[in-house]
Design a protein around this ligand. Structure first.
Ligand SMILES: NC(=O)c1ccc[n+]([C@@H]2O[C@H](COP(=O)([O-])OP(=O)(O)OC[C@H]3O[C@@H](n4cnc5c(N)ncnc54)[C@H](O)[C@@H]3O)[C@@H](O)[C@H]2O)c1
Ligand SMILES: N[C@H](CO)Cc1c[nH]c[nH+]1
Ligand SMILES: [Zn+2]
Length: 468
C-alpha cells in the first residue's frame, strides 16, 4: 500500500542562478535509462530477428510477454470477433476519437504546388505517400487502442498503400492474440495486416522483414517496411533509434513526459492530477512542474500526497514521480520558466499561467502544447483531434509529433524545356568547370553545341548557339 509519506518528488531550485545554455540543458530532469543505456540490451534482439525471423519472434514473446503466439499474423476473423464483442460505450468513444483525428488529418494533407522561374522553367513539388509503413501500438503495462487510431488515421489520410500494425501478444489470451480492444479498433479502421509481436523485436521485424518458421506463417511472415512509426517503451524507442537509417522512423516517442509551466494563478488540484495522469504510464515516465510560485509548488506537493495513494497505479506513479526524470523546478519568474520549458522540450507542455497566449508565443520546443486549465493532456491522448504520438527525451528540440506529414515526402519535379535550359546553359557550364566537374557542363552543352569537348573552340560554339 502506497502511503502519503511515500510520495516524493525532488526540487530543482534554479532561483538566483544564471546558467549557460549547456548548464541549463544539463540541469533538466532525465531518466537514468535512456536510449544510450538500453542500446546494448536491444542490439542482440535486432540481430536475432534479422537472422532467424519468426522463430526469434516467438522466442522473444515467450521471454518478455510470457506467451508463445500460435499465429504471429492475427487472423482476420479474430479482429471481426473482437469488434462484435466490443462494449458499445467503448466503441462510441473510439469512433468519436477517429472522427476528430480524421478531420484534423484530412486538413493536414499538403497540396502539390509549382513555381515558375521564367518561360519554360518550372520547379514543382509533389507530396508522395510513403509506400509501406509499420505502425507500432504499445501494449505492455497498459493497452493502447488509442495509438491504433493515432498511427493509422494520418497514414490513411496520407494515402499510404500498405500498412501493418504490430502490438504485443496478450499473456491472458491462450493463443497469444493481442488485446481485444486493439483488434477491434483495427477492424473499425479496416487494418487487416496485424502482428502479435511487441517490443524491440517488432521494430526489427518491420525494419528487416521476417521469414516464417511455422506452416501458418507462410514462407515470408512480414515484408520489410519503408518507415516505422508509433510510441513505445524505452526498448521500442531504442530499437527505432538503432534501425533509423535502414528505414525511416517518425520520432523517438518513448516513455511519456509532461511538463506543466504554471504561475500562482494555476489550480494545484488540476496540476497535481495532470502530473499523476502521465506518471501512470511507466516507471520511467517523467512529470515536471516548472513554476515561480513557492505557494503553488507546496500546494501541488500536498495534492500529490493526498491523491497518489488513492489511484489504481499508485506504486508505478510513486516510482515515476520519485525518479530522476521528474521534479519541481523552481524559477525566479516567468522568463526563466519559459527558458526551462524550452530547454526541457517536453513531449506534452501544459501552460497554466495568467496569460497563456503570451507564454505560448515564446515556446520553441514542445511535442504538443496544451493551453489553459481546460486542455489537459488526456484530452489529446484520446480525442481532441490532435495526435498523441510525440517526441520524448528532449528530442522535441528538433523533432515533431506524428501527423500526415510523417507519411509523406515532398519530391521536387524539375520541368525545364529547351529554351528554359538554353538560358542557363553557359552559366551551368561555368559553375561545373569551377567545381572541376566539366562532365556536368558537357551534359548541358551537348544539347546546344556541336562538340562540347573541344575546349579550344567552345566559346565560339557557345556564341554561335546563342548561349552567351
Ligand atoms: N511518446 C509517446 O507518444 C507515447 C504514446 C503512448 C505511450 N507511450 C509510452 O509507451 C510505453 C508503453 O510501454 P509498455 O511497456 O506499456 O508497452 P510496449 O508495447 O511499449 O512494450 C512492451 C514490450 O516491451 C518489451 N520488453 C519488456 N521488458 C523488456 C526487457 N526487459 N527487455 C527487452 N524488452 C522488453 C516486450 O517485448 C513487450 O512486448 C510507455 O512508456 C508509455 O509512456 C509513449
Ligand atoms: N499520453 C500518452 C503519450 O502521448 C498517450 C496515451 C494513450 N493513452 C493514454 N495516453
Ligand atoms: Zn497518456
Amino acid at each position: 500500500m502506497t502511503k502519503p509519506e511515500d510520495i516524493t518528488i525532488r526540487t530543482i531550485d534554479l532561483r538566483g542562478q544564471k546558467l549557460t545554455r549547456a548548464e541549463l540543458l544539463e540541469a533538466m530532469p532525465r531518466a537514468t535509462m535512456g536510449v544510450g543505456e538500453a542500446t546494448e540490451l536491444v542490439k542482440p534482439i535486432l540481430e536475432d530477428v534479422k537472422a532467424r525471423g519468426a522463430a526469434a519472434l516467438r522466442d522473444f514473446a515467450e521471454k518478455f510477454d510470457h506467451v508463445r503466439p500460435k499465429n504471429l499474423r492475427v487472423p482476420r476473423e479474430a479482429m471481426q470477433k473482437a469488434l462484435d464483442n466490443l462494449d458499445p460505450k467503448v466503441r462510441a468513444a473510439i469512433e468519436e476519437s477517429v472522427r476528430r483525428c480524421r478531420k484534423v488529418s484530412e486538413s493536414q494533407v499538403p497540396q502539390d504546388f509549382h513555381t515558375d522561374l521564367a518561360p519554360g522553367a518550372r520547379v514543382a513539388e509533389r507530396w508522395i505517400p510513403v509506400q509501406r509503413v509499420g505502425l507500432y501500438v504499445p501494449g505492455g503495462k497498459a493497452v493502447y487502442p488509442s495509438s491504433v487510431i493515432m498511427n493509422t488515421v494520418p497514414a490513411q489520410a496520407a494515402g499510404v498503400e500498405s500498412l501493418a500494425i504490430a502490438t504485443p501478444p496478450s499473456k491472458t489470451d491462450p493463443d497469444g492474440l493481442p488485446a481485444q480492444s486493439i483488434l477491434a479498433t483495427c477492424a473499425i479502421l479496416g487494418v487487416d495486416e496485424v502482428y502479435a509481436v511487441g517490443g524491440a523485436q517488432a521494430i526489427a521485424m518491420f525494419a528487416f522483414g521476417a521469414k516464417g518458421s511455422e506452416p501458418q506463417d507462410g514462407e515470408i511472415l512480414c515484408e520489410p517496411v519503408d518507415k516505422i512509426t508509433g510510441p513505445g517503451n524505452i526498448f521500442v524507442a531504442t530499437a527505432k533509434h538503432l534501425v533509423a537509417g535502414s528505414v525511416g522512423i517518425d520520432a523517438e516517442a518513448g516513455p511519456t513526459e509532461i511538463a506543466i509551466l504554471a504561475d500562482s494563478t494555476a489550480d494545484p488540484r488540476f496540476v497535481a492530477a495532470d502530473l499523476i495522469g502521465q506518471a501512470e504510464h511507466d516507471e520511467l515516465a517523467g512529470s515536471v512542474l516548472i513554476t515561480d510560485s513557492q505557494e503553488l509548488a507546496d500546494a501541488v506537493r500536498a495534492e500529490l500526497q493526498a491523491r497518489v495513494p488513492r489511484t489504481e497505479h499508485a506504486e508505478r506513479i510513486q516510482k515515476s514521480l520519485s525518479g530522476s526524470q521528474s521534479g519541481i523546478i523552481m524559477t525566479d519568474g516567468l522568463d526563466q520558466s519559459i527558458d526551462v520549458a524550452n530547454a526541457y522540450a517536453a513531449e506534452h507542455l501544459e501552460i497554466q499561467t495568467a496569460d497563456p497566449d503570451s507564454t505560448i508565443a515564446r515556446i520553441h520546443n514542445a511535442g504538443a502544447i496544451f493551453r489553459g486549465p481546460f486542455s489537459p493532456v488526456p484530452l489529446g491522448d484520446y480525442m481532441s483531434g490532435s495526435n498523441h504520438v510525440l517526441p520524448t527525451g528532449g528530442t522535441a528540440r528538433y523533432a515533431s509529433g506524428l501527423g500526415v506529414h510523417t507519411f509523406m515526402k515532398p519530391v521536387e519535379v524539375i520541368e525545364y524545356d529547351e529554351n528554359g535550359l538554353k538560358e542557363l546553359a553557359a552559366r551551368i557550364n561555368d559553375f561545373a568547370v569551377q567545381e572541376d566537374l566539366p562532365g556536368h557542363g558537357e551534359c548541358v552543352l551537348t544539347r546546344f553545341v556541336r562538340d562540347p569537348y573541344d575546349k579550344a573552340t567552345l566559346e565560339e560554339q557557345e556564341q554561335e548557339a546563342g548561349l552567351r
